[in-house]
Design a protein around this ligand. Structure first.
Ligand code: ADP
Ligand code: MG
Length: 553
């Protein structure tokens, strides 16, 4: 028997883990199951690629065995296993560079340090949050001997020879007071389903199940083994293996929607970053789409392990109607919400995901126009919000949105508007701020009608704010007709003499209106009406002024 001490960093790390994660100790199970899953992945890889291992039996599974009364839980796998050396180096020292790095950044300030921990994996040691003693019995694949590693997580560990029938690892937890709540089959099933439902291998739970005995009118305990997880991270399978039905089924389980989705985009990225995304567009816009406290529809996984589903940082807000999954290979399991916001890996995934979603939508618009119409009926408005917030993708978004116009019934795209422009037309014109009927009959449009120029009717209440920030579609200027300066397209009508002749009238009007107006000018933009009100080119328009005032600016 050999008694050994932990590397000093290990004790330090243990303290920190216990301190910073005490509020959700349940993650110990996620960590141990993910270790088993890693060990199974490793062995599977060897049996496929290495002749020495090809002959070995491989029956991949993870078994949880619960002793409710004894307050113990074992987590066993048939994975790669560890020999004596492995046990010392993997469970007794901080071999992982990430963790070392982490420890070198520690400041000693408990609060600051516990925020830091979200950047790194916590792994095996998290089990000491719930256990005052842990025994690991492991046998490495291809070796005869097995070893037992025992530790209280404080003083160090012991390693002794042991026995194990097949290769793999068994972790036995003696629950402490904190952990006692997990000596309960319902609680365990709940935690496994929450974090480990899509681990690729089956997870079985063996426990004493209560069954009602009708004859003796009492419930009996019966030792039972049941599979707890779904064991299929469908999004990890190649597209070619998946049927529409598979996608739809997964959609319903991740979204809680009972209708089929409109479309989905499944992407596997390999290279500098490895990740899989599967995004769905619901057939009907989520009911909370326009509520500040909308529910996030995208779940984050790391290596098939569920991490969180309530981070508003996974996709930009205007894409909040998207449902689905992001599964990264490069993030630590323990990544925290705060860290996510500035995490380089996630930022890249997010940027690529937005591009992907928008370009897929563009494809659909081009190739399945009818389907795109149903999409637009639900999501035109959030896309317009994107025009306001997502500068990098503005050009694509301008192609995706649809608008009303004086030249068509229903909706039209800016590309179509462009194609209808007159040969010498310089700008695309639009009118905002008001109900559709009001805008369509506005005197401001008279001159455009007369000149047969198309004007976009932007009657959505956010249009004014959104389009005030968009001054070009490609090379073409976008101009509001209610802004003061007339455009080149209207200029040929200008008659300076007329303005001269009107001067006495303008002066009189200015004197009468006083401070209520900035200026009174002669205009060429009216054909039939005698006058109209416009706002200054540089100044925010009327409604914007009201909105800005309401926002306290
Ligand atoms: P990580 O999983 O991030 O490497 P952990 O603290 O969870 O960190 O585990 C440390 C190491 O211990 C693992 O990298 C692995 O080599 C080894 N290990 C842990 N659990 C198992 C297991 N069930 N089977 C084989 N090796 C394991
Ligand atoms: Mg781990």
């Amino acid at each position: 028997m050999s008694k050994r001490e932990f590397q000093t960093e290990v004790s330090q790390l243990l303290q920190l883990i216990i301190h910073s994660l005490y509020s959700h100790p349940e993650i110990f199970l996620r960590e141990l199951i993910s270790n088993s899953s890693d060990a199974l992945d490793k062995l599977r890889h060897l049996t496929l690629t290495d002749d020495v291992y090809k002959a070995l039996p491989f029956d991949p599974r993870i078994d949880l065995e619960l002793d409710e009364e004894g307050k113990t839980l074992t987590i066993s796998d048939t994975g790669i296993g560890m020999n004596e050396e492995d046990l010392v180096s993997h469970l007794g020292t901080i071999a992982r560079s990430g963790t070392k790095n982490f420890l070198s950044q520690l400041s000693g300030d408990a609060k600051k340090d516990s925020n830091l921990i979200g950047q790194f994996g916590v792994g095996f040691y998290s089990a000491f949050m719930v256990a005052d003693k842990i025994e690991v019995v492991s046998r490495k694949a291809g070796e005869e001997l097995a070893w037992r590693w025992i530790s209280d997580g404080k003083t160090g560990f012991e390693i002794t020879p042991a026995e194990r029938l097949v290769a793999g690892t068994t972790v036995l937890l003696h629950f402490n007071e904190e952990g006692a709540q997990y000596a309960n089959s319902y609680r365990l099933q709940e935690v496994v389903k929450k974090y480990s439902n899509h681990i690729a291998f089956p997870i079985f739970l063996t426990y004493d199940k209560s069954e009602w005995n009708e004859e003796e009118k009492k419930s009996d305990k019966k030792r039972t083994t049941e599979q707890v997880n779904a064991a299929s991270a469908l999004w990890r399978r190649p597209k070619s293996e998946l049927k529409d039905e598979d996608y739809k089924e997964l959609y319903k389980s991740v979204s809680g929607d009972w209708e089929d989705p409109l479309f989905w985009f499944h992407t596997k990225a390999e290279g500098s970053l490895d990740y899989t995304t599967l995004f769905y567009i619901p057939a009907k816009a989520p009911l909370d789409l326009y509520q500040a406290e909308y529910k996030v529809g995208v779940k984050l996984y790391v290596k098939r392990v569920f991490i969180l589903d309530d981070s508003k940082d996974l996709l930009p807000q205007y894409l909040r109607f998207v449902r689905g999954i992001i599964d990264s290979e490069d993030l630590p399991l323990n990544v925290s919400r705060e860290i996510l916001q500035q995490n380089r890996v996630l930022t890249s995934i997010r940027t690529a995901s937005v591009k992907k979603i928008l370009s897929e939508l563009k494809n659909i618009a081009a190739n399945q126009p009818e389907k795109y119409e149903t999409f637009i009926a639900e999501y035109n408005r959030p896309l317009k919000e994107g025009l306001h917030n997502d500068y990098a993708n503005r050009e694509t978004l301008l192609d995706l949105i649809r608008v009303k116009s004086t030249k068509v019934e229903g909706l039209t795209s800016l590309a179509e508007v462009k194609s209808r422009m007159k040969e010498d037309q310089k700008s695309i014109y639009y009118i905002t701020s008001g109900a559709e009927s009001l805008l369509r009959t506005s005197p401001l449009l008279e001159i455009y009608k007369k000149k047969d120029l198309e004007v976009l009717i932007l009657d959505d209440d956010i249009d004014e704010i959104v389009f005030s920030g968009v001054d070009k579609y490609g090379e073409i200027d976008l101009k509001a007709v209610n802004k003061a300066s007339t455009s080149e397209d209207l200029k040929d009508e200008a008659e300076p003499d007329q303005a001269e002749a009107l001067k006495p009238l303008l002066d009189k009007l200015k004197a009468t209106l006083g401070d209520r107006v900035k200026d009174v000018r002669a205009s060429v933009r009216l054909a039939d009406s005698p006058s109209c009100i416009v706002s200054d080119e540089e100044e925010p328009s009327l409604k914007m002024q009201q909105m800005l005032r309401a926002m306290g600016q």
